[in-house]
Each structure stands twice: as C-alpha cells, then as structure tokens.
Design a protein around this ligand. Structure first.
Ligand SMILES: [Fe+2]
Length: 432
C-alpha cells in the first residue's frame, strides 16, 4: 500500500457518509468500485455507474505544504507526506469525487492576498508538515480560536484525520473560553465524567501538582461508551526538561499485525474501567495522587465493553481499541486476558509506531482519540507542568461485526448541569 493509496482511502471515507451507515449495518457502500466491507473477509466488486467519469485521485485534499507552490505541487507533496498506514485488506484506492479536489482551492482563500473574505483573522498560509512516519504533523499559519473560517476548520480536520495528531506552536493567546470556542468548531465539548473542570465548564486541568501524570499508554476516557472523538491539549506551564508526550497510531498498529492476529482481534471484546488498582499500576505514585484517584477519578465506577477492533466512523480504518483502562478480555481468564492484551498492546507501543512531542508554552496538540493512544512521560521531577484539555464528543464505537459498545455499569453516564459529559452520547459511530 502506497502513501498515495492510504491517503486516498482516508479521504474517500471522510467524504462518503454512506460508508458510515454501511459500516454500521455490516454492508458495503453503494457506489462504484471495489469497496471495503467491514465484515471480515467480505469484499464486493460493484459496477461503475459512470465509467471514466472520475478524474485522477487528488488523494489528499486541501492542505498546502510549507514553502510549496499553490497548486498541484501541494497535492503531490501531501501525498508523499501522508502517514504510512496500511489499511486492512479490502480498503482499496479509488479516485475521489471531483468536488473533493475543490477543497484545495477553498483553502487558498485563507491567504492574505485572497479576494475572498473570511470571518476570521486570516492566516497568511495554513501549512502542514509531516513530523513522524506513522503519525504527527505540524500545522502552522493559523491562530486558533472560535472565529476560524469553515475552510480553515476543514483543513485542520483533514490534517487531523490523516496524521492522527497535529501540533500548533505559539497559541499563547488562548484562554479557557477561546480554547473551548475553538473546540466547538470540531464538535461538541464534553465534560469529564468524574473529574471537575478548571473553569466550571469543559476545560480539564492536567496539572502535575494535582496528580496529572498520565504515564501509561491510554486512549482518553475509554471506560465509557462514547468516549471523546478529539482531545485538544494546551500547554500553559512547561518544565525546564522532560514532560514530553508520546502518541501511538492504533490504525497502523492494527494494519501491520500479522493476518492471524488481525482475525483474532476482530472477534474480541474488552471491558474497560476507571476502577483499577492505581497503586499497583503506579508504584511511584505520590500520596496525593492516590487520594485524588480514589476520591475524584474513580468516584463513579464505570464498566464498558468495547470491541477490540473498532471501525473508525470517519476514515473507515480499523483501529485497535485497548489502552490503560482495559480490565480484561470478555470471555477469557484473567491470565489469558493479560497475555493477549499485552501482545496486541505491544504492537501499538512499538517505537516506530509512535511520535514524541517536546512541549513549549503556547503549544496546542489535537489528536484523534479514536485512532491513537498517548503517554505523558513523567521525567521532570518536581517541576510544574500545567496543561488544559478540552475534549470533543465522540460516538458509540462499533466493531467489524457491527456490534456497538455497551455500558455495563452504572445504568447511565451522569452529566453535569451545564452540558453533556463524555461518554453520555448514545449516537452510534456509523450513524454520524
Ligand atoms: Fe490522556
């Protein structure tokens, strides 16, 4: 699978909402070409309705590359900068609809010399620079806030889906309100199910002096069904050394599994919970971290069963859904569960499958929480490290067999008075 093909797949699925419905019902998209069928082992060849009517695939819409010319060179460069995802068997290349190629020209409206006005302070140029082989890109030329033009938001979202985690430098102007306002451009902000926010609304403190040391591989809030689609993390205080964050691509982790392991994983379901042995998992935890865990983080104990392989609702990729909140594999003994989780998780954490970010004050990172895990490295001793996180509502995952995730306990996810909580949505992923 080439980079060009992988990028084409991602954007084909982004644009074709019909795929999502097909994934949910376990069927195929009703369009021309050889199509990916989310049911294992099924592929179908359909007849083109308008043979030869489609233009060559632009493969990756809308994102100019640093210092490149405006037109097709951008597209070519972006193709070569797409992540090296190898989609699961059955995800073929197919030309994109002609209308997708227009995204590139729409993005051009962000340029200062463009005659097209926008509602936002217009960035000179929004550029995307690939940083890691499997994931990670730097987006520059944009000042984040709640007033960005739709074209800018679309370009950021496209980069996010393609590269899984994107970074922005110099966003010092953001405060809690502006951070949340920008988040609303990507979806609905949601509160953490148990941890109080920093501002009484959605911005969650990730502070070292409050036990905010996420030094285990995890996907945010997977102990509830509709865990967040995106997390937006903003750095306000950074230690003089250490405190980096690592991300891993769970789509490439799945795609690069040996075929027998992919087939095994496709059939598994795992129980996730926020009620785990914190002290055993973090032997170096400080007393205040243990208190915070018991009194706050696990104040309501959630149990949710997820598929181990989720069909991504926007890209159609299969991703491994595991991480630190996994308690056991459904139907297996504790011993077999540990062995199997460790085996699959080891493919996620391989260094080649990760990207590491060294924070500066004013940085913003946004990740696709449905296609990544992350790890906050706890190596800055007692120095302060303060970040703020806004999470965007997700939807209920579905496995490759179309079965959705299920909340086992409690009966529902409690919501704060001011708005929705993460995981409370009952919207199924494929129904978006
Ligand atoms: Fe996290």
């Amino acid at each position: 699978m080439t980079d060009r093909t992988a990028a084409a797949n991602v954007h084909r699925h982004v644009r074709h909402g019909r795929f999502r419905a097909a994934a949910r019902r376990g069927g195929t998209e009703h369009r021309a070409g050889t199509l990916y069928d989310p049911l294992p082992g099924r592929r179908r060849r359909l007849t083109r309705r308008t043979a030869g009517a489609r233009p060559p695939a632009p493969a990756f819409p809308g994102l100019p590359v640093r210092d490149g010319p405006r037109t097709t060179t951008h597209t070519r460069a972006l193709v070569s900068s797409a992540p090296e995802a190898t989609p699961p068997a059955g995800l073929p290349a197919r030309p994109l609809p002609a209308r997708l190629s227009g995204v590139l020209s729409r993005t051009e409206t962000h340029r200062k010399d463009s005659p097209v006005s926008t509602t936002a302070p217009s960035p000179a140029t929004l550029t995307v620079t690939k940083l890691g082989g499997r994931l990670g890109a730097l987006v520059s030329g944009v000042r984040l806030g709640g007033d960005l033009a739709p074209e800018t938001v679309a370009a950021i979202r496209a980069a996010l889906l393609a590269h899984k985690v994107v970074f922005f430098r110099g966003q010092d102007h953001l405060d809690e309100d502006r951070h949340e306002a920008f988040g609303r451009l990507l979806g609905t902000p949601v509160a953490h199910p148990t941890v109080p926010s920093a501002d009484g609304r959605y911005s969650l403190p990730i502070d070292s002096d409050q036990g905010g040391r996420a030094n285990q591989w995890h996907t945010d809030v997977t102990f509830v069904p509709a865990y967040p689609a995106f997390s937006i993390l903003r750095a306000s205080v950074i230690p003089p050394y250490g405190g980096n964050t690592l991300w891993a691509n769970t789509a490439t982790a799945y795609a690069n599994l040996p075929a027998p392991l992919r087939r095994l994983a496709d059939e598994l379901r795992a129980v996730h919970s926020n009620d785990y042995d914190y002290a055993a998992l973090r032997p170096g935890a400080l007393p205040e971290q243990l208190v915070r865990y018991r009194e706050v983080f696990a104040s309501t104990k959630f149990l949710t069963e997820h598929p181990v392989v989720r069909v991504h609702p926007e890209t159609g990729e299969r991703v491994l859904l595991l991480g630190g909140f996994v308690q056991r594999i459904a139907g297996l003994t504790a011993s077999d569960s540990r062995t199997l989780v460790q085996l699959l998780q080891s493919h996620i954490e391989r260094p080649e499958n990760t990207f590491r970010w060294q924070w500066q004050v004013g940085d913003v990172a946004i990740w696709d929480n449905r296609a990544t895990q992350h790890y906050g490295v706890d190596d800055s001793d007692d120095h302060d490290r303060k970040l703020r996180r806004v999470t965007i509502d997700g939807d209920v995952p579905v496995g490759v067999d179309g079965r959705p995730s299920v909340l086992l306990a409690p009966e529902s996810v409690p919501e704060p008075s001011f708005g929705p909580a993460s995981g409370a949505s009952t919207r199924e992923a494929a129904a978006v």
